[in-house]
Write a protein that binds this ligand. Sequence first.
Ligand code: ZN
Length: 173
Amino acid sequence: MFSETLPERLNAVRFVDAGDRLAGALEPAHYKRFAEIATLMPGGTVELQGARDAFGPRVITGSLRCEAELTCQRCLQPVVVPLVGTLRWGLVRDENAAAQLDREYDPVVLDDGDVWVRQVIEDELLLLVPIMPMHDMCDIGWTSDPEPDVAPERESPFGVLRALKTEQGPKGE
Ligand SMILES: [Zn+2]
């Protein structure tokens, strides 16, 4: 079902008017801006659904789920975090129309009836990256070793002998 890679460009007007659906895979190599801050893992998917009510804007709704590898801010080792997003795109002709769009939609400006899908998805991905990624439980080596490495100090037997000799001391007259 997700064998198809998400297209770079989608004829969004036709997509919405036909009430089409689309499911596509996220190919990590396509998201260069995202790659600058995190590693997108293979296997991410996007689902899109076109819809329009009689008086409203053309709308594409859908979902986005993938995993990204980031650096844990506690142990500084790699950590894989899930990125899951809900998509609610209101398609608009220009920035003016975007300003008037119902606030429940994120405005996406059409380019001659098309949407640059990967570009918009990449914006969504960037917004989903956590500011402080962390492991639930950091795997720090020394926490798993319950025995302290330092043996308790013992009195040296030579120390005892030395003490005895001093006690006898030199004989007086
Ligand atoms: Zn960690």
